[in-house]
Design a protein. Structure first.
Length: 290
């Protein structure tokens, strides 16, 4: 019963674009470093993550030593995992929660007075959450519950939800009046099944774009909060934490700061390029189907 306007092959068409392919290469390189780094680091340098390699802030080895005399390159190779894991988890929370609430709000708004009230309740609740900056919420959560990487994942994910919900609601409104949805309602199909089989497949375009955006923002937020000491705690290896630990010796041994900054920047640029290509392809698909 689903409409023929479902954006089939969106990803395949997106990666025909040169911009998306370049973004994918940049992203894959950083992801490979983050995933393989913990294994390759000791093999390449001969040091473990917490091993003493020399006097602090000395240009020894590949990239020198950090504030405690540990090998910078080893810790850099081991420090990408937490950033990627936490960013992906926060993005998943935001996308799943925001899509569910946005679809429920958008579909309910077309079903009568009671549904309109539910739509209003969900969206106004999201507005309240949006009024609090993410950093303020993170600081409040840490003050109440203590510092934890997974706590910050939850905070970041929750703050993504109202933004994703707005996109999902608008997309749902655009398809809720289509014939295939009206036919499903006429046949008495349950609301959850209509949303899952008739609405969701037809709003994947904007949701894929939003997925890329949320992932990009999550990477920056996770790294920033770790830099502030609110995420991963010492002596763990983490790119954001590594920037904070080595910033005082930026002139003497710059690689302790430059390596994680460069990795985060390349990852952010790569995901942004893929997101932009997705947005262009989604817009072209919508325009072409009009």
């Amino acid at each position: 019963m689903s409409a023929p306007t479902v954006p089939s092959g969106l990803l395949r068409r997106t990666f025909r674009r040169r911009q998306a392919r370049i973004g994918a290469v940049l992203t894959v390189v950083v992801v490979a470093v983050a995933l393989l780094g913990p294994v390759l680091g000791p093999l390449l340098t001969g040091y473990g993550v917490d091993d003493f390699a020399g006097r602090p802030f000395r240009a020894e080895g590949v990239a020198g030593t950090d504030d405690l005399g540990r090998d910078v390159f080893t810790r850099f190779l081991a420090g990408g995992g937490p950033v990627l894991l936490y960013a992906l988890a926060a993005t998943a929370i935001g996308i799943v929660g925001g899509t569910a609430l946005g679809m429920l709000a958008g579909y309910s708004g077309t079903t009568g007075t009671t549904g309109s009230r539910l739509d209003t309740l969900i969206m106004r609740g999201g507005d309240v959450l949006l009024s609090f900056p993410q950093l303020v919420l993170a600081l409040l959560a840490v003050a109440v519950l203590g510092s934890s990487g997974w706590l910050l994942v939850l905070v970041i994910g929750i703050t993504h939800i109202p933004r994703v919900a707005r996109v999902a609601r608008q997309a749902t409104l655009s398809v809720a009046g289509q014939d295939y949805v009206l036919a499903a309602r006429m046949y008495g199909m349950p609301r959850r099944r209509i949303l899952a089989t008739e609405v969701l497949p037809n709003i994947t375009g904007p949701l894929m774009v939003e997925l890329g955006l949320r992932l990009t923002y999550s990477i920056g937020y996770v790294a920033s909060l770790s830099f502030l000491g609110l995420g991963v705690q010492p002596p763990a290896a983490d790119w954001g934490l590594q920037i904070n630990e080595n910033r005082i010796a930026l002139i003497v041994t710059p690689w302790g700061v430059l390596l994680p900054v460069l990795a985060i920047a390349v990852l952010t640029v790569g995901t942004n390029m893929i997101t932009d290509a997705l947005a262009k392809e989604s817009a072209d698909t919508t325009g072409g189907g009009a």
